[in-house]
Design a protein around this ligand. Sequence first.
Ligand SMILES: [Zn+2]
Length: 111
Amino acid sequence: MNTNSPTITVETARHVLWRYDRDGGAQPGSFTVHLMAAIEAADVQNRAILRNAYPALTEALHLARYDEEGLAKLRELAAVRCIRCKQTDGPFVPSGLCEACARPMPLDGVA
Ligand SMILES: [Zn+2]
């Protein structure tokens, strides 16, 4: 068994959250949607092949499915937290900001 944990990117974490939870998730393209289904449907042999090709996605799906803390870990990886003010209330825009921070501000700071 490979003990190296692949790095799960923000994007991958959001895709898997979308599949399992929708909270903090982002819908991937149709290829990834089908790929996630294929990884989950695969037998041991085919799963090993897919794991080699898509290590991070396979790992993220495994987390979501089999790890009690998996979805929480993925939410953390998905950075469901505003990159500017660090609050976690959302909603968030795709750039990683909460809606309040994403709103354009007047340059002189006066409304
Ligand atoms: Zn914010």
